[in-house]
Design a protein around this ligand. Structure first.
Ligand code: C2E
Ligand code: CA
Ligand code: CA
Ligand code: CA
Length: 279
């Protein structure tokens, strides 16, 4: 393990000795993290294209480790995947997110959607269907308020199975969103064979708007094609006014990013909702 003094933890190349130590530290830490209550969920608002109305939020996991401090999901999710620990962690995320969303709805008095990231390993488990059902049952959340974020690459790995799984989710009444869209070399023509509700344009395309003309052309084309297939489009990583205006002009349906809100605690997100509802 290596601490840079700022309470962040970095993971180094596979060759270095530090890496094997830290990997083991993470692995062992992950095994105990659930029982020690070290995970929390933060929520980042998803707004409509006016930027005035909160449709819901994406749940983003955080891990506060006693010695390592805050470990980024980009560091521990891959290890949780390899070790299979992601199955239990993912189940906790689903249940907690559904509970939180139900609580917000009770207070806001209107439907609030919650997006949950599903990992590749979770997606391969037949039990996922039941875990989702249980999370909905136990929380009381209606299925149309749960949005499952599945990456494009997960669908492409095994199209036949993905199609089956997505159909199950559709039958449950949950929404399916294709995450990181544009990074997996699939086409919308291909994706139209899958029962999906929306796709999220990857942040890498949004980031360089308006400097990068190619990224603007790609983003515009994705929105236009998605709409012609009756698929909604979400943009993530919206940080600047110029990005916001471009996406608005092109008719992007939902927006997410630091320009509106950073990921917040469940309580802080509720505060944001109250403000939104009051307007
Ligand atoms: P993702 O699903 O693509 O999530 C978007 C990431 O972009 C989040 O990072 C979010 O905090 C960050 N972000 C949001 N708005 C902005 C912005 O305007 N600018 C910039 N620069 N970044 C922004 P985070 O929370 O560190 O999560 C990273 C990744 O970890 C996620 O990428 C997702 O793949 C994974 N992840 C997070 N939570 C979970 C979870 O509960 N389960 C699983 N399986 N994966 C998760
Ligand atoms: Ca996501
Ligand atoms: Ca992404
Ligand atoms: Ca670029």
């Amino acid at each position: 393990a290596k601490d840079d003094g700022k309470n962040t933890f970095h993971f180094y190349s596979a060759e270095s000795n530090a890496s094997s130590v830290s990997r083991l530290t993470i692995e062992n830490g992950l095994r105990r993290a659930l029982e020690r209550n070290e995970f929390t969920l933060l929520y980042q608002a998803k707004l409509d294209l006016t930027g005035q109305y909160i449709i819901g939020a994406e749940a983003l996991i955080r891990w506060q480790h006693a010695e390592l401090g805050m470990v980024s999901p980009q560091e521990f999710i891959p290890i949780a995947e390899e070790t299979g620990l992601i199955i239990q962690i993912g189940e906790w995320v689903l249940k907690q997110a559904c509970r939180d969303a139900y609580a917000w709805q009770e207070i806001a008095g209107r439907p609030i959607r919650v997006g949950v990231n599903i990992s590749a390993r979770q997606f391969r488990e037949d039990s996922l269907h039941k875990v989702i059902l249980d999370a909905l049952d136990e929380s009381g959340l209606t299925p149309d308020c749960l949005e499952l974020e599945i990456t494009e690459s997960m669908i492409m790995q095994n199209a036949e199975r993905a199609s089956q799984m997505l159909q199950h989710f559709r039958n449950l009444g949950t929404h399916v969103l294709i995450d990181d869209f544009g990074t997996g070399y699939s086409s919308l023509g291909y994706l139209k064979h899958f029962p999906i509700d929306s796709l999220k344009i990857d942040r890498s395309f949004v980031r360089d708007i308006p400097q990068d003309a190619d990224d603007m052309a790609i983003t515009q084309a994705i929105i236009a094609m998605a709409h012609s297939l009756k698929v909604k489009v979400v943009a993530e990583g919206v940080e600047t006014q110029a990005q916001l205006e471009f996406l608005r002009t092109k008719g992007c349906d939902q927006l997410q990013g630091y320009i509106f809100s950073r990921p917040l605690s469940a309580e802080a997100f509720l505060g944001m909702l109250r403000f939104d509802t009051a307007r």
